[in-house]
Design a protein around this ligand. Structure first.
Ligand SMILES: [Ca+2]
Ligand SMILES: [Ca+2]
Ligand SMILES: [Ca+2]
Length: 355
């Protein structure tokens, strides 16, 4: 072997090692994870409560994003393996559920999770933590209950190019996947604002017999909330807030994809309830921008932002609207309240001076 190919080989080897090294640690956090106890609950390093599903800092659906987008790691890697080894989407979806059912077993949190020696009545593991707990080489099974299995499945499906949504039902957590081509589901669900009709099917990993597409009868009424996981961030703003006839309106959207691959972001606006004009928004990092040109006084505008990721998943923002030329209105009684406050402050000041 001549020196040049040897050098090339070394460089390639080094690159592979480096790639492997960066891949084996979550870009945000480390494994094993660390948790902090405060106000009676355990919080992870992202600041989410692992003991409770609800409110702003609860685990639903927040901890799904700890294993997607920039923080993706082991569970995502497992899903990518299925993507490259199963060309057929239905077979891939089935194989992922089989894998999770094979390498996990159902167990109550209170029997399996101890923090500082205290059994945890409720505890959610994220997908990477579950993926690190199982080990194919040592034949080690990861133990978890509904939310733990659902988080693992959801990240693997996203990585495998199959869109997933976390489902929060009464006393239960599960997931939906977008698989309209699957013919054996008992329900095909339609979610709002995803640019799609019915084609989401239920995945229940809690029992090894459950096939994909089986919505348990107790959830067939649709009394649950779904959180599609395609975008980690999706915030739209516009300026000025009260556009006048001379103002162009700048619409900005911060969009981060779970697969870290936003393909297009567009601004869609309608003038006086007319047809929608579509403008491609320009990217600067994760921020996208487009301009609605100035309009005459009294014109009513409605707009929304739509983003598409590399797998064709669409997310639409809420509809914003404004009428050109509206002045800032002082809220009722605001002036009266201000005068009263002024008199009160004056009174206190005079009182203080007399003392
Ligand atoms: Ca639980
Ligand atoms: Ca759990
Ligand atoms: Ca829909």
């Amino acid at each position: 072997m001549t020196r040049l190919p040897t050098l090339m080989m070394l460089i390639i080897l080094l690159a592979v090692c480096l790639a492997k090294e960066t891949y084996s640690f979550p870009s945000g956090e480390n494994y094993p994870p660390t948790f902090t106890f405060r106000n009676g609950a355990w919080y992870d390093t992202w600041g989410f409560n692992r003991n409770y599903y609800g409110e702003q800092d609860g685990y639903m659906p927040n901890i799904a994003y700890e294993t997607l987008g920039p923080d993706r790691e082991l569970a995502y890697g497992l899903g990518e393996w299925f993507k490259s080894n199963y060309g057929n989407t239905v077979r891939r979806a089935t194989a992922i559920l089989r894998y999770v059912q094979r390498w996990t077993s159902y167990g109550y949190d209170s029997d399996n999770v101890y923090m500082n020696g205290v059994a945890q009545e409720e505890w959610a593991w994220n997908a990477d933590e579950m993926a690190h707990m199982l080990n194919e080489t040592t034949n080690t099974i990861a133990v978890g209950d509904c939310e733990d299995l659902a988080f693992l499945c959801a990240t693997m499906y996203m990585a495998a190019g199959i869109d997933a949504a976390m489902v929060l039902a009464p006393q239960h957590v599960a997931l939906l996947i977008w698989l309209p081509e699957y013919s054996n589901a008992n329900c095909y669900w339609d979610l709002p604002d995803d640019g799609r009709t019915a084609g989401w099917i239920w995945v229940e990993a809690t029992c090894s017999q459950n096939p994909i597409g089986w919505t348990p009868p107790e959830f067939a009424g649709g009394d649950w909330t779904a959180y599609p996981l395609g975008f980690i961030e999706f915030n739209v703003q516009y300026l000025p807030q009260l556009p006048q006839a001379e103002d162009d309106v700048v619409v900005t959207a911060r969009v981060v994809s779970s697969r870290a691959s936003v393909s297009t972001v567009s601004l869609n606006y309608s003038i006086q309830d007319g047809p929608y004009n579509e403008l491609l928004m320009e990217a600067e990092g994760s921020t996208y921008e487009a301009i609605i040109p100035k309009q005459p006084d009294g014109t009513r505008l409605v707009f929304y932002v739509s983003a598409t990721d590399s797998e064709g998943l669409i997310r639409k923002s809420e509809r914003f609207e404004y009428t050109v030329g509206q002045e800032f209105k002082i809220p009722p009684f605001a002036l009266e309240a201000l005068i009263l406050i002024f008199i009160f402050v004056l009174f206190i000041a005079l009182l203080a001076k007399r003392k």
